[in-house]
Design a protein around this ligand. Structure first.
Ligand code: ADP
Ligand code: MG
Length: 620
């Protein structure tokens, strides 16, 4: 074919493809425009997962009647004039591409009234061309409705995920912006139902409750630090004697150089199987930056097991000229001038908050009492303060935590007794004499220094995990062929995923091969896992990985190992013989980190002789 210039329509669809990938991208651009227009209230309405309708209404500055048509032209923006401006951008938009792109792949209607105007304008566009224009009465602000997204790009339509997937993307997006902009009132309406809203009163904690629920929100730890990115610059020599000028320069320099990190992070015990809940904002812009999220992860180093991720909302604010936001059409990526500075500001802030946090409370220092009334649902106090004496890791039981609620006698209250015994090292457990099993879930054992209650499931998980990891480290995973291969069918959505993990699985002792359709044949399993049921082994691989999760290759294995170990471990409710109990405890004693399961939960509770004596009033 000879070289030709593309037709305008084709070129604009190609360009649009970069900006508008899916319904959530439209929502993102429209929300950003509303924020740039200083809206106090933004309402997002979607139907059909955003394919049928996306409407974003704001009460911002509106678009002057004379400029409405132009707003939909490519590279038309009110936010940028010269290329120089690119390096100190204070708005979310600047490319002047969003409205044009959206309009070229959908049917758009806009009603807007500018600040100083008495009447508004209504405009309809179809595939980018203006189809109708009228002057109408309208409240101040802008309402943009996007219908039939991708109606003229069938190929794109085919790539869209399910309605549910798109909806949840949009919900995640709106809620993230609500967290970053607590002074703006956000509302998301899905199929005529309010799915999310924030009050816009500036209380971030309240927004966190709306997004994550009370239980999670109240555990989140606030972070807030400032850093000077560089050491103060020496003032220039020529005016070294002008003190006032020198001071002025120094303060200017300092303000230009401040990296401010704020937000919320989860305590290590509250974690996730993927990075999706690490949310990063850089200068008010939601970004996906794998390296910055690594800075967050690194701060949790040793506190979280491999393959577990914290929940975090981190807002990094730095001088605009320190970041290049013009990296990608969706503006979801940024480049830092001083990347190490940004990385370390985030890492140090998170780390500091985590280490300042009191460590997990020790049961040894508490008194166990019967106090059934505490089992009433804990009430949420709007001032976000934790109840007196309450630490986030020892939550009062709530009605919706079944285990505690059904067993109100075993509540741990927070009267602090003087710590009466030295803390045991995490790496060591004394020789224990098994006494028996309680509730088919806990093993009671005696040690030289008191009583031990061992969670059989957590303990077994730890034992399997270490055995497995040891074999893996030595590249000596022993695998055992099944007498007959077992065929396992997985959900269609999971088949591709499983297929992609076949190799990793074989490295850890699973021989699994595709058997047509969504069926796989399991031929062998790692012997460490003993009698694990093959089909449950396969399911465990696919059930928790989500479709667009990005897992670092190195983590996949560790994650898989942890996951299968959890599945293979004895469950609570399983009755164990005395021999089995003793065997389990003996293997636990040999573990490197016997006191926690691979997910960081305790495997045992220790009641020292001292504590027992105090509890029985034998000792003051
Ligand atoms: P950009 O945001 O990069 O400038 P857009 O295509 O998103 O480009 O928008 C083009 C212009 O339309 C903006 O610069 C702004 O002047 C105007 N505009 C778009 N949406 C709104 C809105 N909700 N309120 C006020 N003005 C808007
Ligand atoms: Mg924009």
């Amino acid at each position: 074919m000879p070289i030709r210039l593309l037709a305008e329509e084709v070129a604009s669809q190609i360009a649009a493809g970069e900006v508008v990938e899916r319904p959530a991208s439209v929502v993102k651009e429209l929300i950003e425009n509303a924020i740039d227009a200083e809206a106090r209230s933004v309402t997002v309405t979607i139907e059909g997962g955003g394919r049928n309708l996306i409407r974003v209404a704001d009460d911002g500055n509106g678009i002057p009647a004379a400029e409405v048509d132009l707003a939909f032209a490519r590279h038309a923006t009110s936010k940028l004039q010269s290329a120089d401006d690119l390096f100190h951008i204070g708005t979310l938009g600047f490319r002047g591409e969003a409205l044009a792109s959206i309009a070229s792949v959908s049917r758009v209607a806009v009603i807007t009234r500018g600040l100083a105007e008495t009447l508004g304008v209504q405009l309809r566009l179809e595939g980018g061309a203006i189809a109708h224009r009228a002057t109408i009465g309208a409240p101040q602000g802008t309402v943009i409705s996007v219908e039939n997204l991708f109606f003229n790009v069938p190929a794109r339509l085919k790539f869209l995920k399910s309605e549910t997937a798109e909806r949840s993307h949009i919900a995640a997006l709106v809620s993230r912006y609500a967290i970053a902009y607590p002074r703006v009132r956000f509302k998301l309406v899905v199929e005529n139902r309010t799915a999310f809203q924030s009050s816009g009163n500036g209380e971030v904690r309240e927004v966190l409750v709306a997004v994550y629920g009370v239980d999670i929100a109240k555990q989140l730890i606030e972070i807030n630090s400032d850093f000077a990115a560089l050491p103060p610059a020496p003032p220039a020599d020529d005016d070294a004697d002008d003190l006032a000028l020198r001071e002025k320069r120094t303060t200017e320099y300092a303000s230009r150089n401040t990296y401010h990190v704020a937000g919320f992070i989860s305590p290590p015990a509250l974690n996730r199987s993927n990075r999706k809940d690490i949310t990063l904002f850089v200068n008010g812009r939601w970004v996906q930056d794998i390296r910055l999220s690594t800075a967050v992860l690194q701060a949790y180093h040793t506190m979280l097991m491999v393959g577990r991720y914290p929940l975090a909302v981190v807002m990094l604010t730095l001088p605009p000229e320190e970041v290049d936001v013009n990296v990608h059409p969706t503006k979801a990526e940024v480049r830092f001038r001083n990347y190490d500075g940004a990385f370390s500001a985030v890492e140090r802030t998170v780390r500091k908050a985590l280490t300042e946090r009191a460590p997990v409370p020790h049961l040894e220092a508490r008194r166990w009492v019967i106090e059934p009334e505490v089992a009433a649902p804990s009430r949420w106090s709007p001032d976000w303060g934790l109840a007196k004496g309450e630490t986030p890791n020892a939550q009062p039981p709530t009605a919706n935590s079944p285990r505690e609620a059904s067993n109100p006698q075993l509540l741990i209250t927070n009267y602090d007794l003087p710590a009466s015994q030295p803390e045991l090292p995490a790496t060591d457990v004394p020789l224990l004499r098994v006494i028996g099993q309680v509730g088919a879930a806990y093993i009671v054992a005696e040690g030289p220094d008191g009583l031990y209650l061992i969670d059989q499931h957590a303990a077994h998980e730890r034992v399997l995990y270490e055995a497995f990891s040891l074999q893996r480290a030595a590249a000596q995973i022993v695998s055992q062929a099944l007498l007959e291969p077992v065929a396992v069918e997985v959900p269609a959505a999971a088949a591709a995923l499983l297929q992609s993990q076949v190799e990793t699985l074989s490295a850890i002792g699973f021989t699994i091969e595709p058997f047509g359709g969504n069926t796989f044949l399991v031929r062998s399993l790692p012997t460490v896992l003993g009698g694990l049921d093959p089909s449950s082994a396969v399911r465990v691989v696919v059930e928790d990985f989500e479709e667009d999760e990005t897992v670092l290759a190195a983590e996949v294995e560790a994650k898989l190992i942890a996951r299968v170990c959890k599945r293979a471990a004895v469950k609570a409710g399983q009755v164990l013989s005395l021999v089995e109990q003793a065997e389990l405890v003996r293997r636990l004693e040999h573990c490197l980190s016997p006191r926690t399961c691979p997910h960081g939960r305790p495997t045992m509770i220790h009641l020292s002789v001292d504590v027992l004596e105090k509890q029985f009033g034998r000792k003051g």
